[in-house]
Design a protein around this ligand. Structure first.
Ligand SMILES: [Mg+2]
Length: 381
């Protein structure tokens, strides 16, 4: 079998004004998607989603750059896929989509789910957690955070991750005020869902230590990226101060980036993403993390094809836990697929079809033409 063509589909869908959301100082105005397509001389095609964080058009340039090097190669040869190298995020996200497309193709050729290529006993379904809590506005209705949690309980989700809201300095928000809202949320949820907080690296070390202590007391499942990523020593200090797991690493693309955090016990859970580092790297990072006794809960934002790639990884992990599901991506998330996979009571059922288990809808670039510019704009108040 030989690769005959590699291309990239780039799509956007603007968010309606009422569906735009502000987190920190960013207003998110559209949903983006990039899908790498690998065609072969046997008529079998593989599809893989690259995280839109890499910028669809720049990622297309990277794929076009690699394309002549790969055409004529055997897609079943595991050595052909370019690797993430941690020098350019766009490059790494681009090759992540290519890597997932090659796995989709290999699964289709073998007549197996990709999870079955990674593990002899993969799960048939993966527990999802509802990931959002980034629409509440400290100036308007912070209680929207709680209403949203109750919606996800009603939908059957058993875990919910939220963020710390709009820029705190706009409204004089303090750790005390924030933790007041967190306690209200925990009380409203009343043990019906696990709760996780994503700090998005916005806390100081002192703030993070206070927040971690309270989340620990409230029985949270993890505290993600409490402080700026580069401060490994402080991560280790925060992790040592509480039983609550500290998590991070969604931007990392190589084992080498994770290793110092694992060595220094800075993370209890690591969060690689198949759309950012590729399925191969997720499985490789998971293997190393497992040796350090560290769990893997992949980061997963954006659209449904990437969710299937991450779900196939989770299903094959030595110690599978949960997978993130973005709750606010809008119609693009699942309309890129012919059929949305089944989600029952917060569990994603891996389709019985081979590869990543889903088909890409036709005419995507006509239906969702790419809109130039970043999906998030910086706002001030
Ligand atoms: Mg995060």
């Amino acid at each position: 079998m030989k690769i005959t063509k590699i291309s990239t589909l780039c799509m956007s869908r603007p968010h309606e004004l009422e569906r735009q959301w502000v987190t920190g100082t960013y207003r998110v105005v559209k949903a983006d998607c990039a899908i790498v397509v690998v065609e072969t001389d046997e008529g079998i095609t593989g599809f893989g989603e690259s995280s839109a964080y890499g910028g669809p058009l720049i990622m297309r340039d990277w794929i076009n750059w690699y394309s002549p090097l790969l055409i004529g190669s055997d897609p079943l040869d595991l050595g052909i896929a370019p690797r993430p190298h941690n020098r350019s995020w766009s490059h790494d996200c681009a090759v992540a989509g290519l890597d997932s497309a090659l796995w989709d193709l290999r699964g289709k050729v073998a007549g197996k789910r990709v999870s079955q290529l990674f593990s002899t006993q993969p799960l048939d379904k993966v527990r999802l957690y509802a990931s959002s809590g980034c629409r509440y506005d400290w100036r308007k209705r912070p209680e929207q955070l709680i209403e949203e949690a109750l919606e996800y309980i009603a939908l059957g989700y058993s875990a919910y991750k939220f963020r710390i809201g709009t820029e705190w300095k706009w409204d004089g928000v303090t750790v005390d005020r924030f933790l007041g809202l967190v306690r209200e949320l925990a009380q409203a949820v009343g043990g019906r869902m696990e709760l996780m907080l994503d700090g998005n690296q916005r806390f100081s070390v002192d703030q993070a230590l206070t927040v971690a202590k309270e989340l620990d007391r409230l029985g949270f499942s993890w505290f993600e990226e409490p402080i700026p990523q580069s401060d490994i020593e402080s991560y280790a200090r925060i992790a040592a101060s509480v039983d609550l797991p500290i998590s991070g690493g969604e931007q990392f693309t190589t084992v080498e980036q994770f290793r110092p955090y694992l060595e220094k016990k800075a993370y209890d859970i690591v969060q690689p993403d198949a759309g950012i580092c590729g399925m191969s790297a997720v499985m490789q990072i998971a293997e190393v993390a497992h040796r350090y006794g560290v769990g893997v809960c992949p980061h997963n934002w954006h659209n449904g094809l990437m969710t299937m790639a991450n779900a196939n990884c989770v299903a094959a992990l030595p110690n599978p836990k949960v997978l993130e599901l973005c709750m606010i991506q809008g119609p693009l998330q699942w309309e890129i697929l012919n059929q949305k996979p089944v989600i029952i009571k917060g569990y994603l059922e891996l389709p019985l079809k081979p590869g990543l288990g889903v088909d890409i809808a036709a005419g995507l670039e006509d239906r969702f033409p790419y809109i130039e510019g970043n999906y998030a704009i910086v706002v001030e108040r």
